[in-house]
Write a new protein. Structure first.
Length: 400
């Protein structure tokens, strides 16, 4: 059966590209109905969409000629997905705040299906803090936000805000209907971010970990159908819809949370940068400055990865992470074996494109006697690679 798609067109210069999109989608296995804002009709005539979609184009909520006065509710039920393309700054602001003052926004609010928005606007409108907050809210609400491209914009500014190519939008819509069940039924436990080891009520010892790699693996695992839990140190990473997050601060807290979740986990991925040591004493009051130098006595933190390795069950596979500044291979092998891991991901802090705050990573993957140098890729692509490799290891075990 054909999938039903509502395409919402708002008042941006890229509205003309929505015509090609509707034309291409209609030729595939989709039935398309187009909803336009009043301002969008200044850019493209509804007749164009009616011709391309072979369906009525909805513009007016209070149209006396329309057969069913609550057509917007019917349309919301009919849709298998709702895509706003282009999404103006104005329409994004409305749909993330529940404003429903025209046909498009009212139907969007009434609709409880997959939703995607494709922002397209001037770079300064896009980068405006308000728009960025609205896009963050859109993601929190579970809408898929298709990142705009960077390039020469219609207003002659150069920057981010360009509607992605029609091919890219078609691909993203196709993707909405592909259910990836690779990890269905699997419980994936991921540690992410740094730990903070308190010295006194206002100071702590930590590291530069951003948590981006752990969260990217979590996103990939969720998209592959897994039940995902992140045990997260303090990070700026956005929550991922459908992923449980347990927030912790210190290594000891992370250890306790891991112990609690370990037993029921199948894939255990330890991407957090856990402090090896913590101050032996935490001062109850802020430590006052004096003329003397100061020594903080540090004691060892629990080794969370080693604990998981020691307690590994038959139905569990474990992946550790190592960040090194020297002797990467030697140290990575040692860690793989001594911690009883199935796989170890190692990167060198000094490699360009690798490391803490980047969106990309360059790593070497170690398993058994194999060592695979991976090219630079996004942290999410690496997440997919890690999860697929863990699945291969798990399936290889079963056939042994
Ligand atoms: C020529 C022209 C081009 C515009 N292009 C865009 C655009 O690309 N993106 C955008 O967010 N707003 C753009 N605007 C501003 C919107 O049309 C305006 O904010 C309008 O209120 C949006 O209404 P709607 O969201 O109800 O469609 C443009 C305005 C004009 C006059």
């Amino acid at each position: 059966m054909k999938k039903h798609i509502c395409i919402g067109v708002s008042g941006g210069i890229a509205a003309y590209k929505a015509c090609d999109l509707v034309s291409q989608l209609s030729k595939k296995d989709y039935e398309i109905k187009v909803l336009m804002t009043k301002h969008a009709t200044e850019f493209v005539a509804p007749l164009t969409f009616e011709t391309l979609s072979h369906n009525h184009c909805y513009c007016d909520l209070f149209n006396p000629n329309i057969e069913d006065p609550i057509e917007h509710v019917e349309l919301a039920k009919w849709a298998d997905c709702f895509v706003i393309v282009p999404a103006s700054a104005n329409v994004i602001a409305k749909v993330v705040h529940g404003i429903a003052d025209d046909f498009l926004t009212t139907t969007f609010l009434a609709c409880h299906t997959k939703k995607m928005i494709c922002p397209a606007m001037n770079v300064h409108m896009y980068e405006n803090e308000v728009t960025q907050q609205n896009l963050k809210k859109a993601k929190e609400l579970g809408y898929i936000v298709l990142e705009p491209d960077t390039g020469l914009l219609a207003c002659n500014d150069v920057g981010k805000g360009k509607l992605p190519s029609v091919d890219a939008i078609v691909k993203a819509i196709d993707h909405l209907f592909i259910e990836d069940n690779t990890l269905k039924g699997k419980n994936v436990l991921i540690t992410a971010g740094p730990t903070q080891e308190a010295i006194d009520p206002v100071r702590f010892i930590s590291n530069h970990s951003s948590g981006k790699q752990g969260y990217a693996i979590a996103k990939a695992a969720k998209d592959m159908g897994a039940n995902v839990t992140i045990i997260s140190g303090p990070t700026q990473c956005e929550e991922i819809n459908g992923v449980s997050i347990v927030s912790v601060k210190s290594a000891v807290e992370m250890f306790e949370a891991v112990k609690e979740h370990l037993e029921h986990s199948n894939y255990i991925i330890m991407a957090a940068a856990v402090a090896d040591y913590r101050p032996e004493q935490i001062s109850e009051q802020k430590i006052k400055k004096n003329d003397e130098s100061m020594v903080i006595h540090m004691i060892k933190n629990p080794d969370i990865l080693a604990y998981a390795g020691q307690h590994k069950k038959e139905n569990q596979v474990i992946c550790g992470f190592a960040m090194e500044t020297e002797n990467l291979e030697e140290n990575a092998y040692k860690k793989l074996v001594s911690k009883n891991c199935d796989m170890l991901i190692a990167n060198n802090l000094f490699t360009k494109g690798a490391g803490f705050k980047t969106d990309t990573n360059v790593v070497t993957l170690f398993k058994n006697n194999e060592r695979i140098h991976l090219p630079k890729m996004t942290k999410e692509e690496l997440g997919v690679k890690i999860l697929k490799t863990l699945k291969e290891i798990e399936e290889g075990r079963k056939t042994c």
